[in-house]
Structures are given as C-alpha cells and as structure tokens.
Design a protein around this ligand. Sequence first.
Ligand SMILES: NC(=O)c1ccc[n+]([C@@H]2O[C@H](COP(=O)([O-])OP(=O)(O)OC[C@H]3O[C@@H](n4cnc5c(N)ncnc54)[C@H](OP(=O)(O)O)[C@@H]3O)[C@@H](O)[C@H]2O)c1
Length: 277
Amino acid sequence: MSDQYAVIGNPIAHSKSPLIHAAFARETGQDLEYGRILGNPYDFAGDVRRFFASGGRGLNVTVPFKEAAWALADERSHRAEIAGAVNTLIRLDGGRLRGDNTDGVGLVRDLDRNHGFRSPAARVLMLGAGGAARGVLIPLLDTGLAQLVIANRTHARALELARLGAAFGPVEARGFDQLDGERFDLIINATAAGLTGDVPDIPDDCLAQDGWTYDMLYGDTPTAFCRWGQARGATRAIDGLGMLVEQAAEAFWLWRGVRPETARVIAELRHPSQPIG
Ligand SMILES: NC(=O)c1ccc[n+]([C@@H]2O[C@H](COP(=O)([O-])OP(=O)(O)OC[C@H]3O[C@@H](n4cnc5c(N)ncnc54)[C@H](OP(=O)(O)O)[C@@H]3O)[C@@H](O)[C@H]2O)c1
C-alpha cells in the first residue's frame, strides 16, 4: 500500500493540498496517497489518532485546528514552538508525533525565490496578528529586514506578537489608526478581512513608491487587497497561492526528504486549463 498522507480541516472540500501533493509525488516519483479529512471540531485529537493508528505517515493541518495540533504534538520544531501553531504533523518511529510550521518558510520562499523580493533595508508592514501572522513572524524577521511593523484591529494582539518577535529582529506594534505619515516597501495582509471582500482600514498613502503588496489570501480573481495594491500603484500585488505551494513543498520535504519543484505547480494552479502533473 502507498504511504498515506492527508490534510485535516473544517471546512476542507475547497483545499488544494491534495492536488499539490499529488503533483509533487508524480514529479519526484514518490509512492504516496494524499487525502482530505473533514475534522470534527469536538474530536480533533480522535481524528488524528485514528489516522495515524491506521498507518498514516503525515498530516497537514488547516483552519481551525492549527493550535489544537500544536497542543497534540509530542514534540515540536523551534519555529512551531514559537508560532504556537502546527500545520504539519510527522509520525516518528515509535509513533510519536512531531509538529512543525511551514507557513513562514512558505511566505519567505515565495517572496524571495519566486518574486525576487530583497528585504535588507525594507520597511515591512504586516496587517493581522492571528495564526498566520504568528506563523510567519520569525522567518520574516530572520530575512534581515530593516523594520517590521505589525498592525492589527485588536491592538493588544499586535503588541503581544511584537513582544514575541523582539528577540529576533526590529519589530513594533501599531493600531490601524497609528499609521499616518508612514511609508512601507512591502505590506503583507495576514488578516481574514479578504474572506468577506474587505480590506483593513489603513491609510491610502502608506505604500511607498515602488512598494509591493502581498495578500496571504488567494483566489481565481484578484483579491480585494491585491486590488487595493494595484489601485495604489504597487510594483507587484501578489496573492498567497505561491505561499500555499511553498509551505506544501516544505511539508513534503519534511515527510519524504525530497524537495519538489514548485514553479510548475504554481503556474498550473494559476491557469487550471492544463491539469497538474
Ligand atoms: N496562503 C497560505 O498558504 C495561507 C496560510 C495561512 C493563512 N492564510 C490566510 O491568512 C488569513 C489569516 O488566517 P489566520 O489563520 O491568521 O486567521 P485568524 O487566526 O482567524 O486571524 C484573523 C486575523 O484577521 C483579522 N481580521 C479578521 N477580520 C478582519 C477585518 N474585517 N478587518 C481587519 N482585520 C480583520 C483578525 O484581527 P483581530 O485580532 O482583531 O480579530 C486577526 O488578526 C486568511 O485569509 C487565510 O486564508 C493563507
């Protein structure tokens, strides 16, 4: 039987992860199957235990279970420990579960390798202080950017994140209403506002000339925040599809010890007229 992997979340039907991992497996010649599990909000731990007891080798974890997966893991990587969230579970010899978080690597690789964003001297604004923002905080600071400002609707959560990041790089917290007169080379939207077509309430002129915008959300058409960036002259207005594929590639590497090519998978998800693989 092929090695079994899956993504667990709720909802889960929309997830592109099975498509992405099937393409990685074909490209690298790995013998595996990757499915979807609709997680029970009242018995996430039971769902995970049953999957691994039936021989599962690894799970990706998505909304709303990343914190629960963190709590469930027997051991955690440093980056998952700090993120307080786990999006990848790995079954170790003996059955122990290791938790990791590949979201930050996914974002940084997409920005750096796929789009050529160079961070030294960059002033970066990150909107949001939820699970996704927390997951990318340290990898983002590790890139050596000049300054990271975290702004969130609930100011206290931005402050907490900035405190967490302070040991790793120059970071401070603001409210959306404390950004007047500021200019940023890159604005990352890590809020869930786009799910309802909204854009965080930030000043119209806070994107620097030649600045970039990055929305962690993605869709078949430009997201509300991508349109916000385009309307304000962003040199690039990128969505989160590349981050999704890059975080998946890192999980694949953790599980299989093989690093898949991502460019073709991103291109084919972007233009689904041609099947992946
Ligand atoms: N591309 C990828 O691979 C990838 C990976 C992970 C996440 N994501 C995306 O990242 C986004 C955030 O996910 P998450 O897991 O961090 O969610 P989360 O933990 O629920 O956090 C939501 C964040 O959005 C803020 N927010 C929600 N509605 C808002 C609004 N109308 N205006 C302003 N701020 C608002 C919240 O602010 P408060 O603190 O004030 O509530 C909080 O900071 C989602 O769109 C998700 O799809 C993408």
